[in-house]
Design a protein around this ligand. Structure first.
Ligand code: FAD
Ligand code: UDP
Length: 367
């Protein structure tokens, strides 16, 4: 009999969920992570009493009751509702696109009919054209004025490509509402864990052996020897030693500052939608919580970046070339015996947190 039923590579949400379910079934589990902390990209670090989201702002939102009950069984969630502000030059608008946005963009908009009149008028330039890129898709969704103020700059900074060269599906994620509702998400459940995401993952991993600063690739054979199954949540191309080529990623650079003031921007998330500044968002972490009494505040400027060796991999680049390459790697995984691949890096997929937990439920059930 081997020492472990599972060795889980990666202490992010996929790995922690899988480990937790296995532990509940009395399986013997070891979790390893090459970083010096658990929680993967949802890691939060307490700075000046504020839980700082170190790998980008994370808001938990889901329609899955089972996932919501599951995460709430480890830690209480607060009532945070994401309602970002967009800044362009000296103007501020509510996001996502809703009646608050429309009434500020056009000074004769008070009702949904007024907003629709403007949007329909502006959409006319797309008559007879089937949107074939992000620019066309955006204009046919909300018209050129909003596209130019709130979408174009943000998107081009984020992807470092012109909106005319980007696929339209990127923008389909953004809701458009004819109500005065600034809630960014449509999901039934939403919030941020009280005490931070690290506490959530810490509780998920309670009683489970975890080894940090431990890279799977330093000892592959030994790990395979020690466990019946490996659960791998690292990058798929790296697992196969990049034998078919490297998958493309977008990265981010974060600049975090402690400011000697109570309240810097009055909101957790402020998007900067113009090309006048290089960052896309400024996060003021204390506003994710409601009981922070600190006289300081911690803010993070988020700069999109081309991925280079050694940087973190944040966003998949789902163009035809990379999708096809990922598919080829997926075919290779089918030949790997006793290895389960899961999570955003191993599946080369943009996953929200709830989807990654849900997919770990399925992976555990089906293994
Ligand atoms: P990860 O958290 O990346 O975990 C993988 C782990 O594997 C890492 O800790 C890594 O160190 C480890 N690892 C990799 N290779 C090895 C190796 N060789 N040996 C040992 N360990 C290894 N989702 C939401 O629902 N709401 C949000 O608001 C939200 N905001 C986001 C903002 C940004 C900027 C980004 C990029 C993503 C956001 N997400 C959000 C998505 C969320 O981050 C992911 O769903 C989640 O983190 C994926 O978890 P994972 O376990 O798949 O991956
Ligand atoms: N987006 C935009 N303006 C904004 C925020 C987002 O045009 O103020 C677009 C942009 O193309 C981005 C996409 O919407 O890539 C998805 O953004 P979202 O914030 O929903 O996702 P995230 O970047 O957090 O994954």
């Amino acid at each position: 009999m081997k020492k472990y039923d599972y060795i889980i590579v990666g202490a992010g949400l996929f790995g922690a969920t899988f480990a937790n379910l296995a532990k509940k079934d009395n399986k013997k589990v070891l979790v390893i992570d090459k970083r010096n902390h658990i929680a993967g990209n949802v890691f939060t670090e307490n700075i000046e009493g504020v839980n700082v989201h170190k790998y980008g702002a994370h808001i938990f939102h889901t329609d899955y009751k089972d996932v919501w009950d599951y995460v709430n069984s480890f830690v209480e969630f607060n009532r945070y509702t994401n309602s970002p502000i967009a800044r362009i030059g000296n103007e501020v608008y509510n996001m996502p696109f809703n009646m608050n946005t429309f009434s500020k963009i056009w000074d004769d908009v008070f009702t949904p009919d007024d907003a629709l009149r403007h949007i329909e008028e502006e959409k006319k330039e797309m008559d007879g054209i089937t949107p074939s890129n992000l620019e066309e898709q955006a204009i046919s969704l909300v018209g050129r004025t909003i596209y130019e103020k709130l979408i174009k700059g943000y998107t081009e900074k984020q992807w470092n490509r012109s909106c005319t060269e980007l696929p339209s599906f990127i923008i389909k994620r953004l809701p458009v509402r004819l109500t005065y509702d600034n809630n960014y998400f449509n999901d039934k459940y939403q919030g941020v864990p009280i005490g931070g995401y690290t506490k959530l993952v810490e509780n998920m991993l309670d009683g489970i052996e975890v080894k940090l600063e431990t890279n799977y690739f330093d000892n592959i054979d030994a790990y395979k020897e020690l466990a019946d199954k490996i659960v791998y949540t690292g990058p798929i191309d790296e697992y196969f030693n990049y034998s078919l080529g490297k998958l493309a990623w977008r990265s981010l650079k974060f600049e975090t500052k402690v400011l000697d003031k109570v309240n810097y921007q009055g909101n957790a998330v402020v998007n900067y939608t113009g090309h006048d500044v290089e960052y896309t968002r400024v996060i003021e972490h204390k506003h994710f919580e409601f009981d922070i009494e600190s006289s300081n505040t911690v803010v993070t400027y988020e700069y999109p970046a081309d991925y280079e060796e050694g940087m973190e991999k944040y966003y998949t680049v789902n163009d035809n070339e990379n999708n096809a390459l990922a598919e080829k790697y997926r075919e290779l995984t089918l030949k790997e015996k006793n290895v389960i691949f899961g999570g955003r890096l191993a599946e080369y997929k943009y996953y929200d947190m709830d989807d990654v937990i849900k997919s770990a439920f399925d992976a555990y059930k089906n293994n």
